[in-house]
Design a binder for this molecule. Structure first.
Ligand code: HEM
Length: 409
């Protein structure tokens, strides 16, 4: 039986997307009472999906592709051109393996101990009142540079932080902020490209066990070195999102502030800490949607998908889908006691498989850094939350609460 995909009339709805933010897709799914809807974004037809089965469909590589799938303005800011996000098939698998080779247990332990060390260092040297987001950016920039083996002097970390953060803070903006984000990317790509060339002609020595060195010597499926520019894009695919974990750190402490009783729950055990972190990633929004395009015409549950149609999977909506989650709008870490671990129902960092699909390469790093950070703030630091107006709106992309703490001496 054929069904028509419910279609929102009108020429373009990009402005509503900016206004409604994380609720854009769910608002339409509810209005049309359908998990598959059609609208128009950035001047073209867009199918939007929400839900577990829909996520499973979206991550079927035989039905969707990624080449040029992301809008150009997002490539020029957030993602870069030529990176793993826009590859398909064998080329994608080979490049993704370059990333996943760094997600070993030893490497994850290293990132955790770096994070602990940098938090200690920062708090020992800071004022009483700390804006968590700002502090986390410095900490995570230092973690990112060290973990990837990018050489830097102590006093350069802040510069790195202030050029890395616009890549993810301003990617969704228009006007001057968008330009600032593009400008930061150009600067960073040039800087890293310069390092790659020096590594290749042996004019600098860097840690040979780290990603910067490995990516510089990585060979593509034809046995050739990557273009140095592409290496820079991929190194930024590690640096940028590690610094972006500062958004989740801000939200984690905001959750502690908003839900003190759940913070007590988290203090009880390692598992409970993990549940709290998972609930932060489920409950709060961050990355709005994953984007792909239809490979060739197909029909799914009676809906027709036409070749090349831009298709968005709603990550926030799926994490709040009442068909999957009981009372989805309650912050309740203990729900993760019973979570079965499906790759398609809990997708703040994308769904499906790591190696064969486009699921976030850094999901484990993210969880580990969030957990050691929460552990540190719950068990090692004495602080109070001063009176404050922290919070964010559902069209702030990314959402930053601005939560502040005051250290008790
Ligand atoms: C891809 C979210 C942290 C590296 C993705 C995707 C999302 C995402 C939604 C796209 C999934 C898709 O297209 O289907 C996040 C969030 C993070 C985060 C919310 C929290 C800060 C990280 C970290 C790293 C990382 C820490 C690396 C250290 C990547 C890479 C990809 C990716 C390389 C591309 C994967 C591919 O195309 O195969 N991430 N991520 N991310 N992420 Fe993350």
């Amino acid at each position: 039986e054929q069904h028509k995909i419910p279609k929102e009339p009108g020429l373009d709805h990009t402005l509503e997307l900016l206004k409604e933010g994380y609720h854009f897709i769910v608002n339409r799914a509810n209005k049309f009472d359908s998990r598959v809807i059609q609208t128009r974004l950035l001047g073209e037809k867009a199918i939007c999906l929400v839900g577990k089965e829909e996520a499973e469909l979206f991550y079927d590589n035989s039905r969707f592709f990624r080449q040029e799938a992301a809008p150009s303005r997002v490539q020029k800011t957030l993602l870069g051109v030529g990176g793993v996000q826009g590859l398909d098939g064998e080329e994608h698998r080979h490049r993704k393996a370059m990333f996943m080779a760094f997600m070993t247990e030893a490497s994850l332990e290293e990132v955790q101990s770096l994070a602990k060390k940098e938090w200690k260092r920062l708090l020992e040297n800071s004022n009483d009142e700390i804006k968590i987001y700002d502090a986390a950016q410095i900490v995570l920039t230092r973690v990112a540079l060290r973990w990837t083996g990018v050489p830097f002097k102590n006093d350069e970390a802040e510069d790195w932080a202030s050029s890395l953060s616009p890549l993810f803070e301003m990617a969704s903006n228009i006007g001057p902020k968008h330009l600032k984000s593009r400008w930061s990317r150009v600067q960073l790509e040039n800087k890293i490209e310069g390092l790659v060339k020096k590594i290749r002609d042996d004019s600098i020595r860097v840690d040979q066990t780290k990603a910067l060195y490995h990516f510089s010597w990585h060979k593509d499926i034809n046995g050739e070195l990557l273009d140095p520019h592409v290496v820079a894009v991929e190194v930024l695919n590690l640096l940028r999102p590690i610094v972006a974990i500062s958004v989740y750190v801000d939200l984690t402490l905001f959750a502690v502030y908003e839900h003190p009783e759940e913070a007590d729950y988290a203090r009880q055990s390692h598992d409970n800490l993990q549940h709290f972190i998972q609930e932060v990633r489920r409950y709060y929004p961050f990355f709005p949607a994953a984007i792909a395009r239809v490979k060739k015409d197909f029909t799914w549950k009676g809906y027709q998908f036409k070749e090349n149609t831009m298709t968005l999977l709603d990550l926030y909506g799926t994490n709040h889908d009442p068909n999957i989650w009981k009372k989805p709008h309650e912050f309740n870490p203990s729900r993760f006691k019973d979570w079965e671990g499906s790759p398609f129902d809990f997708i703040p960092q994308g769904g499906g498989e790591f190696d064969m699909g486009h699921r976030c390469a850094g999901e484990w790093i993210t969880i580990d850094i969030m957990r050691v950070t929460l552990d540190y703030f719950l068990n090692d630091v004495e602080y109070v939350f001063p009176d404050q107006k922290s919070g964010f709106d559902m069209n702030d992309i990314p959402p930053i609460s601005g939560v502040t703490i005051k250290i008790r001496g």
